[in-house]
Design a protein around this ligand. Structure first.
Ligand code: HEM
Length: 129
């Protein structure tokens, strides 16, 4: 399987096994970086957090697919988030939290191939400036 196919297989398995992973993604992010949670104090209904997961998944699908929009979106969001008070060194932790949540959800179904494919994808996103 190509890396792209392994990433898509992960997304499908998570959707099948667990449904919406939003709560698990933020549980991972805030467990690793508790200080980030207070940045969402205005997000009473969770719509910002949901919109971020939506956009994160769209960037992943584009990056392993046509590769037409993710680079621009990630570069734009990286600079915009500076204005939101998100430390530059923390920005990449959102995609890491997505990978960690999927790995936790899939448990024994998470393969070495998936681990390598996600490592490559995270490195690609971290390189976008
Ligand atoms: C750890 C990393 C990140 C943190 C702490 C973070 C935090 C935030 C916060 C606090 C807001 C609300 C800003 C406001 O309206 O005042 C926000 C908005 C947003 N973020 Fe992030 N973000 C992170 C990474 C990302 C990434 C990687 C993406 C894109 C893939 C993203 C996409 C968005 C979008 C689309 C919005 C606007 C949502 C809306 O207004 O409905 N964020 N982010």
């Amino acid at each position: 399987m190509t890396d792209g196919a392994l990433i898509l297989a992960t997304l499908e398995a998570v959707a099948e096994r667990h449904g919406d992973p939003t709560a698990e993604i933020y549980a991972e992010l805030f467990a690793a970086h508790p200080k980030l949670e207070k940045l969402f104090w205005l997000d009473r209904d969770g719509s910002v957090r949901a919109a971020m997961v939506q956009q994160g998944l769209e960037c992943i699908l584009d990056q392993v697919g046509e590769g037409r929009t993710a680079v621009t979106i990630m570069a734009d969001e990286r600079s915009r988030h500076h204005g939101y008070g998100v430390p530059a060194e923390r920005f990449d932790d959102f995609m890491i939290a997505i990978r960690n949540a999927f790995r936790r959800i899939l448990g024994e179904a998470w393969t070495g191939g998936m681990e390598r494919a996600w490592q490559c994808l995270l490195a690609e996103f971290a390189a976008i400036r």
